[in-house]
Design a protein around this ligand. Structure first.
Ligand code: SF4
Length: 130
């Protein structure tokens, strides 16, 4: 039996309100939330296509590492450790200006994740544009 959950689109700044139909932990459908006081039933086709992205057979659901010419599945912990080691190595070799965080996420997520990266590795912060 499915149930309806209030959620929102995470693609861009408006964070349009959505109603998600879920069943057995799986997403069945996404519809604009017509009762939401701010977005009032608006959601663009990009946000509503999230379900298609979610179910796309080519979607990567776990990290992969290139080994030679092939990709191998690795754990999230291994991916995090590998990325952290590579960033630390870049910083050690080329200094604090060697890495600049770039994100296509909403400004809210962009700033929080970018700031976390800057703090974590003590890279030189760059001004965020909107
Ligand atoms: S539904 Fe469209 S406009 Fe609304 S947050 Fe998502 S991508 Fe942005």
């Amino acid at each position: 039996m499915s149930e309806l959950k209030h959620t929102f689109c995470r693609v861009c700044e408006p964070s349009c309100a959505l109603i998600a139909e879920v069943s057995d932990g799986g997403l069945i459908s996404l519809k604009p939330d017509r009762e939401h006081p701010m977005t009032k039933g608006f959601a663009c086709h990009k946000g509503l296509a999230t379900l298609d992205l979610h179910k796309d057979p080519d979607r990567l659901n776990y990290p992969q590492k290139k080994v030679g010419e092939a990709f191998e599945r690795i754990s999230w912990d291994e991916a995090g450790r590998d990325i952290a080691a590579r960033l630390a190595d870049i910083k050690a070799r080329y200094g604090n200006d060697a890495v600049a965080p770039v994100s296509a996420l909403s400004i809210r997520e962009k700033t929080s994740r970018s700031r976390a990266l800057v703090r974590l590795f003590r890279f030189t912060p760059i001004p965020m544009c909107t």
